[in-house]
Ligand binder design. Structure first.
Ligand SMILES: C=C1C[C@]23C[C@H]1CC[C@H]2[C@@]12CCC[C@@](C)(C(=O)O1)[C@H]2[C@@H]3C(=O)O
Ligand SMILES: O=C(O)CCC(=O)C(=O)O
Ligand SMILES: [Fe+2]
Length: 351
């Protein structure tokens, strides 16, 4: 387990005047692109109005070109976004000694702690975070906020509920752009009998303190999410970048009120590789600290197997990946990281 000492240093990042060696990353020229640094208007992911009559086509194109897009008119109340943002600020303002009482006991479980990807990188990231993956976040909230506990748990539950709903609407549209519907996924039938009636969604609250040397620091290292899709609220300070082969790193400028959607690994599997999960990262800056809130959605049911949708695979192709549950995929991903797709490739392609 990464030592508690490290978490103390994470809680104190904002007070450091110089970048410690362990936080210094090496960038090649092509890799370095910093948000806020270039005045050139660069190409970026589209902003899609969800009330647009062409929403399916627009989303389909964005998924194929970028694997990410921003959405407006998404129906998540601005008040809820403000509430969860101020909840996050309060959470990260807590003194580090107190934070230690609410660390996650294991990677990927609820509480303060490094992101799971941390162990695959030699250098440390300029950020701290709080994961909400199971109900144990409530115990932590009770420790941190004995008085406001109910209020804060309420915000999380409301956020989860509304985001899950939005995530399933997005799923339907993206599947629509691929010529199939949710009923073409096996889990739709299995949902009724599955023990876990609730969908699988985790929340990651990220905090990127002001950084003395942003050009040599990394907020959150390059990764794909192991989700079907992720919906991100990045408040009003940029930092998120997505990677595109043709263009390199592209900054996703915050659009007031808009949310960022990105495709995760499970969608890549479902679509038999027709849609790619997008590699993304977060950079930091010297001027303003930044909060982001990610809703990581694993689909409407927990323990069902995810596999390439037969209708998408079609008779002329074969399924690229073997069936796998989300939990099993997470286990493999955090063993082999960016080789996870190779590890689950179908051995005996059918058809
Ligand atoms: C349900 C999930 C999804 C996890 C693991 C587990 C709980 C925390 C999630 C994140 C959140 C931050 C980025 C990420 C890449 C990370 O390091 O931890 C995510 C990861 C994944 O999408 O793989
Ligand atoms: O902070 C950001 O903009 C990105 C966060 C992210 O990628 C994540 O939490 O998975
Ligand atoms: Fe991510």
């Amino acid at each position: 387990m990464p030592s508690l000492k490290e978490d103390v240093s994470i809680g104190n990042l904002g007070s450091l005047q110089t970048l410690p060696d362990s936080f210094t990353w090496k960038f090649t020229a092509a890799d370095s692109a910093l948000p806020l640094s270039s005045s050139a208007v660069e190409e970026s992911i589209p902003v899609i109005d969800l009330s647009d009559p062409d929403v399916i086509t627009l989303i389909g194109n964005a998924c194929k070109t970028w694997g990410a897009f921003q959405i407006s008119n998404h129906g998540i109340p601005q008040k809820l976004l403000n509430d969860i943002e101020s909840l996050s600020k309060t959470l990260f303002d807590i003194p580090s000694e107190k934070k230690l009482e609410a660390t996650s006991s294991d990677k990927g479980v609820s509480g303060y702690g490094e992101p799971r990807i941390a162990s695959f990188f030699e250098r440390k990231m300029w950020s701290e975070g709080f994961t909400i993956a199971d109900g144990s976040y409530r115990d932590h909230f009770l420790t941190l906020w004995p008085h406001d506990y109910t209020k804060y748990c309420g915000i999380i539950e409301e956020f989860k509920g509304k985001m899950e709903n939005l995530a399933s609407r997005l799923l339907s549209w993206i599947l629509g752009s691929l010529g199939v519907t949710v009923d073409d996924i096996e889990w739709a039938q299995k949902l009724e009998n599955s023990g876990s009636k609730v969908g699988r969604g985790a929340i990651r609250l990220n905090h990127y303190p002001v950084c003395p040397e942003p050009e040599r620091a990394m907020g959150l290292a390059a990764h794909t999410d192991s989700t079907i899709l992720t919906i991100l609220h990045q408040s009003n300070t940029g930092g998120l970048q997505v990677f595109r082969e043709e263009t390199g790193w592209v900054t996703v400028e915050p659009v007031p009120g808009a949310l960022v959607v990105n495709i995760g690994d499970l969608f890549h599997i479902l679509s038999n590789g027709k849609i790619m999960s997008v590699v993304h990262r977060a950079r930091v800056n010297q001027i303003r600290s930044r909060i982001s809130i990610a809703y990581l959605w694993g689909g409407p049911a927990g323990d069902v197997e995810i596999r390439p949708i037969p209708k998408i695979v079609g008779p002329a192709e074969s399924a690229l990946y073997r069936p796998i549950t989300w939990n099993e995929y997470l286990r493999i991903k955090y063993e082999v990281f960016d080789k996870a797709f190779d590890a689950i490739r179908a051995v005996n392609p059918t058809n």
